[in-house]
Design a protein around this ligand. Sequence first.
Ligand code: SF4
Length: 258
Amino acid sequence: MNNEQPERSGARQSQLTISNNSEGQPFPKFRTLEKLQPRERKSPRGGFRGLYSTCITYFRATMPNPQCELNFSNEFELLVAVILSAQCTDKRVNLITPALFHALPTPESFANTTIENIYSHIRSCSYPNNKAKLLHAAAKMLIENYNGKLPQTLEELQKLPGVGRKTANVLCSVLWHQPTIAVDTHVFRVANRIGLTNAKTVLETEKQLLARTPADALYFMHHWLILHGRYCCMARKPHCERCGLTEVCGFFCKKQQK
Ligand code: SF4
C-alpha cells in the first residue's frame, strides 16, 4: 500500500508499521534537546496549510504505512475489537480476540450465546461486564435490523450498542476509507499540542482536522496522530528529544520559552 492510494480491500489483518532508523528507534533523531536554543516558534510558510504540509511530510517519512493496531479479519471482528478497546490497550485486546473469535466467530454466535459466556472470554479486559452486555446487544441488533452486516454510515453505526462517534469513525475510515477522522485521546492531545487544531472539544477537533487535512492524507492522519501520541508524544512525558516537529510544535516552543 503506498501513501497516495490506500488499500481499498476492506477488512484485513492489520499490523503496525513504523519505520525504524539505523539505531532501531521508532522515530529518527533529527536533533537533540541540548542543541536546541529557546526560540520563537517557527511559523511554517502558508499558515495552517504550511503546518499541515510540514507535519504530513514528517509523518510520511517516519510512518509510511500506518495502520490500525487491532487485529481483525472481517468487519464484525473489527467492531468487536474496537468496542473492547475502550479504556483498554490494543495489545490486551489482541491477546483476547483470537480465542474469542474462535469460540464466537459470527454476529449470530454472539447473539445466540449468553452474556456470561461472552464475559468468560473477555474478563481480562477493562469493564468486561458492561462490554459483554454491549457486544451481545450489538450482535442482536445487527441480526434483527441489518441482516448480520454492519451498516456503512456514521449515523446507523451509532445506533449499535457500544458504538459512539469515535468507534463509528474508526469503522468508516478503516473498513471503507470514508473521509472521516476518529478523535481519541491521543489524536486530541497531539493535534492540539502541535497546533494542527485549537479546539476545546473532541467534535470541534474532528471538524478542524477534517477541514484542514488534504484529502490524500485524510486516511492516514488518524493513524499518524495516534501512533505519534502512543510512541513519541506521550501524555505525561513527550519525547521531544526524538521528535522531528520541534520547530513547528506550539507546545514544545512554549515549553522552551519558560
Ligand atoms: S515536539 Fe514534543 S510536544 Fe511537540 S509533537 Fe513532538 S513530542 Fe509532542
